[in-house]
Design a binder for this molecule. Structure first.
Ligand code: MEV
Length: 425
């Protein structure tokens, strides 16, 4: 049989139905499978087709609400989109523990992003770096001419930094354009400005511009969250001590720090997905920040104060927006923002940092007490029951029995579902 070719010229120009037909044939998909793919759910196929290329269908993730959050003295219902069980319950639980006193406090700094312009073939690069700084105002003015709307709203290019970076291809000049992007994620504004000022930089240096792009290492867009919980809120002094032990291990061991941070990202990315953020940018920036000392470190630290309270802090860069991009286009993202009631990107950043901190507390508390599996298993049991054909009340009945008996397995779920179905016939 001749080998099949994935080279399909003009695939991108075909209507969704035609693309579906090709893929159906390629993968021998059944009519039911095609029907499922074709179901776009709450996203209009026309919008989906305009968002990315070569669309053939939609994929729905659960959209849930974390409850109990009190951040900066205000209560929030927090939308979360995630495929992993227990995350939403854990966030809501920890938010309850942190409701007392001031609740969780979170503060975002300025919404500054960095645009990088990379210059090569520059003679005397250190001297030319200074020549660039000499023309700082001209560069900033030219950048700002690219986005009068941003400038009118109070944002725009603010500063220019220059470094000489030794690369294996020789020295390069890297110019950083610092831009206040206000309520946007900022990639479009910053990339446009970086491209626009590149010819000026070439003229000043006599070099050639290569890359002109945002840096996702958003070190000037930090958000901090902190909280205090009395020992009784988390299960007593012993639990506080154990959570602090867990934090200390993450601070000392990158293998643990990565998993510790993964727990934080469970919360942050779930909110990012619900609000249609560029979660790849968020992840890239946050993990780079975790490594800023040269060693990968936890993003949060838990400690015990002199009164025995558990106190936690978290610091991360967050590049998010509430205007432009998918946030504007995806109707569910707009609903998520309405549920949150946020009016500024900085407020959304504060919520996301708070959720990350709560998520982290929930994970550490579970790990140092009953272990993570018990909670996970309850939902896993429900999933198994559904897969085994349970519907309605039977889902909980089968799941609860499997948990009670410590037999959380698909074959047993099937056996129970069949048994109970027969009983009701
Ligand atoms: C699982 O998704 C997240 C945890 O592994 C986080 C942690 O270990 O801190 C439970």
């Amino acid at each position: 049989m001749a080998q099949r070719s994935s080279r399909i010229p003009g695939f991108y120009k075909l209507p969704i139905e035609e693309r579906l037909k090709i893929v159906k044939e390629w993968a021998n998909l059944s009519d039911e499978e095609v029907e499922l793919l074709r179901r776009f759910g709450n996203l209009d196929p026309k919008i989906a087709d305009a968002m990315i290329e070569n669309v053939i269908g939609g994929m729905t993730y659960p959209f849930a609400i974390a409850t109990n959050f009190r951040i900066n003295g205000r209560d929030y219902l927090v939308p979360m989109v995630i495929e992993e069980s227990s995350v939403v319950a854990a966030a809501s639980n920890a938010a309850k523990m942190l409701r007392g006193g001031d609740g969780i406090i979170a503060k975002a700094g300025p919404q500054y992003m960095i645009g990088q312009i990379h210059l090569v073939k520059v003679d005397s690069p250190h001297y030319k770096a200074f020549k660039i700084l000499e023309k700082k105002n001209e560069i900033i003015d030219h950048a700002n001419q690219q986005d009068p709307v941003l400038v009118k709203l109070g944002g725009g290019a603010r500063d220019v930094e220059v470094r000489v970076v030794e690369t294996r291809r020789g020295p390069a000049i890297v110019v950083h354009l610092i831009v206040d992007v206000l309520d946007a994620m900022g990639a479009n504004a910053v990339n446009t400005m970086a491209e626009a000022v590149a010819p000026i930089l070439e003229k000043i240096t006599g070099g050639e511009a290569r890359l002109r792009i945002i840096s996702n290492y958003a070190v000037y867009r930090l958000v901090r969250a902190w909280a205090k919980a009395p020992p009784e809120a988390v299960g007593g002094r012993e639990v506080v001590e154990k959570i602090v032990d867990a934090s200390a291990l993450a601070e000392a061991d990158p293998f643990r720090a990565v998993t510790h941070n993964k727990g934080i990202m469970n919360g942050i990315i779930a909110v990012a997905l619900a609000t249609a953020q560029d979660h790849r940018a968020i992840e890239a920036g946050i993990h780079a920040y975790a490594s800023r000392t040269g060693t990968y470190k936890p993003l949060s630290i838990w400690d015990m104060d002199s009164e025995g309270n558990l106190v936690g802090t978290l610091e991360i860069p967050l590049q998010i927006g509430i205007v432009g991009g998918a946030v504007k286009v995806h109707p569910i993202a707009r609903i998520a923002l309405k549920i949150l009631g946020v009016k500024k990107a900085s407020e959304l950043a504060e919520i996301m940092a708070a959720v990350g901190l709560a998520q982290n507390l929930a994970a550490l508390r579970a790990l140092v007490t009953e272990g993570i599996q018990r909670g996970h298993m309850k939902l896993h049991a429900k999933n198994l029951a559904i897969m085994a054909g349970a519907t309605g009340e039977l889902i909980d009945k089968v799941a609860e029995q499997m948990v009670r008996e410590g037999r959380i397995r698909f074959d047993y779920a099937k056996e129970l579902v069949e048994k109970y179905k027969k009983q009701t016939q």
